[in-house]
Design a protein around this ligand. Structure first.
Ligand SMILES: [Mn+2]
Length: 416
C-alpha cells in the first residue's frame, strides 16, 4: 500500500499582518503546495491521499479555494486515487463547518465526527489496505479519540488517521491539547502507521510502528522555517518506507544578528546581512524555485540604533535587502538594539565610573603618565622588565582591551 500523508494545510489563513502583495503570495502558496501534492500523488501512483486535519484555517474559506479543492480532489478521484480526510480543530466537521457544507467529488471519504470509521482502500478493484480514522466534530475536542479506535484486523496494511496532540511531543507547549493521545497507546494499538496532524513541526514519534507528524504543508510564519511538504509512505510486509517530499513554494528564514558594533551605516549593515544570508544558503539552499521571506532579528549595541528605531529607515533597509537578496519579503525586528557605548558622555561624572574612565584615558595617552608607575610597579621591577618597552606595551594592552573595559564599566554604570 502506498499513500501520501498531509496535514495542517490551513488554507485561506488570513495573514492579516502582511502587505497585500505578500498576503496574496502566501495564500496562493497554500494552493500551489496542494497542487504539487496532487501531482505527486498522481505521478507516484499512490492508492490514497490522507489529510490529517486543519485543511482550512477557519471560518473564512473563499469560493476560489473551495472550487480549487473540489477540482484537485476530482483529479485524484478520476485517476483512481482515494482521499480520506479527517477534520481537526480548525476545520471541525460539525453542522455549519465548511467540511460538511461544501461539495466534494466522489472518491473522497470525510471523517467529520469522533466516531472512528474504517475505510477500505482499493487498487483496481482489489483491497490493498484500510484506513481507520476519526474527525473533530467541534473546535474543542478534548477527548482521547485514539483510545476509541478499534483493534485492526491486520491481513492488509492498517493505517490510523487522526488530528491529535500526542502528549509530551516537542512543540506541544505551543499548541492546545486537542484530542490528546498517548504515544505508548498508539505504539501498542496494532496499526502499521499512524498518520497524525496538528503539530506544524515535522517529526517521527516512533519507528516501529511508524508514527508521524508531516508538519504543515506550507509554513505560515517565521517560526515555521525549514522545508515543508508531505510524507510519501510505502507500507510493505516487513518494512515501511517513509520519505519526506518538499512541496511548499515559500520558505521562511530567521537570521539573528547581535554583533553590530562595526556596522556604521545601513549600507554596512546590508552587507553584513548579505554575508550571513549567503552563508545560510550554502548549508540550506532550498529548491531552485523557492521564494523566501526573511525575518531579521537585530540585537545588541549598534551605532545605527537611532536609524533602526525609525520605521521609515527600517522600511528602506528591508526594501534594499529584498531587492539585493531577491526575497519576497523582509521583516526587521530591531527593538532589542541599544545605543552604542559613549564613554565621553560619562567621563565628567564625579563618581567611580567617571574616575575610572579618566584614568583609563590618561594611561592610554602617548605622552601621559607612565602606566607602569601608576600601576604601582617598583623601580626594580620596571628595570627588570625593561622599562623602555614596558609603558608602550601596557598602553597597547589597555587600548586593545578598551572596548571590553568600557563595556564592563558602562554597563555597570548604567544599571547602578
Ligand atoms: Mn490543529
Amino acid at each position: 500500500m502506498r499513500f501520501l500523508h498531509l496535514a495542517d494545510l490551513h488554507l485561506d489563513t488570513p495573514f492579516t499582518t502582511r502587505s497585500d502583495a505578500v498576503r496574496r503570495e502566501l495564500k496562493e502558496a497554500g494552493r500551489i503546495a496542494l497542487e504539487r501534492a496532487v501531482e505527486l500523488a498522481l505521478s507516484e501512483r499512490v492508492d490514497v491521499l490522507l489529510i490529517a486535519g486543519d485543511l482550512f484555517d477557519g471560518e473564512q474559506l473563499s469560493f476560489h479555494t473551495e472550487r480549487f479543492l473540489h477540482q484537485s480532489m476530482a483529479r485524484l478521484s478520476s485517476a483512481g486515487v482515494q482521499v480520506v480526510y479527517a477534520t481537526g480543530n480548525h476545520d471541525p466537521g460539525g453542522a455549519g463547518g465548511h467540511a460538511r457544507r461544501m461539495e466534494w467529488p466522489e472518491g473522497v471519504t470525510l471523517l467529520l465526527d469522533p466516531k472512528p470509521r474504517v475505510v477500505p482502500i482499493h487498487r483496481e478493484g482489489e483491497l490493498v489496505g484500510r484506513v481507520t480514522g476519526a474527525g473533530h466534530g467541534s473546535a474543542r475536542e478534548e477527548r482521547d479519540l485514539a483510545s476509541t479506535f478499534p483493534r485492526p484486523q491486520g491481513e492488509v496494511p492498517e493505517i490510523a488517521l487522526l488530528h491529535t496532540q500526542v502528549l509530551g511531543t516537542p512543540g506541544e507547549a505551543h499548541h492546545d491539547r486537542y484530542a490528546p493521545s498517548h504515544l505508548a497507546q498508539l505504539k501498542a494499538s496494532g496499526y502499521d502507521y499512524w498518520a497524525l496532524g496538528h503539530i506544524p513541526l515535522r517529526q517521527e514519534l516512533a519507528e516501529t510502528p511508524p508514527i508521524h507528524y508531516p508538519g504543515n504543508l506550507q509554513g505560515r510564519h517565521p517560526g515555521e522555517s525549514g522545508p515543508k511538504g508531505g510524507l510519501l509512505v510505502q507500507v510493505a510486509q516487513n518494512r515501511t518506507q517513509v520519505d519526506f517530499v518538499e512541496l511548499a513554494p515559500i520558505r521562511w528564514e530567521v537570521l539573528v544578528m547581535d554583533e553590530l558594533d562595526h556596522a556604521h551605516s545601513l549600507a554596512d549593515l546590508a552587507r553584513l546581512v548579505e554575508n550571513r544570508w549567503t552563508q545560510a544558503r550554502e548549508s540550506d539552499p532550498g529548491t531552485p524555485e523557492a521564494k523566501w521571506i526573511l525575518r531579521l532579528n537585530l540585537a545588541g549595541r549598534s551605532p545605527l540604533h537611532r536609524e533602526l528605531s525609525d520605521p521609515e529607515e527600517q522600511l528602506q533597509l528591508s526594501q534594499e535587502l529584498a531587492i539585493r537578496l531577491d526575497l519576497l519579503d523582509v521583516e526587521i525586528r530591531a527593538e532589542a538594539t541599544r545605543p552604542p557605548l559613549a564613554p565621553a558622555d560619562h567621563r565628567d561624572r564625579m563618581d567611580v565610573l567617571g574616575e575610572a574612565l579618566r584614568i583609563l584615558e590618561e594611561l592610554t595617552t602617548e605622552d601621559g603618565p607612565s602606566p607602569s608607575r601608576t600601576l604601582g610597579l617598583s623601580e626594580g621591577e620596571m628595570a627588570a622588565l625593561g622599562r623602555a618597552k614596558l609603558d608602550p606595551y601596557l598602553r597597547e594592552l589597555l587600548q586593545s582591551e578598551e572596548p571590553e573595559l568600557l563595556q564592563a564599566l558602562l554597563v555597570e554604570g548604567e544599571t547602578s
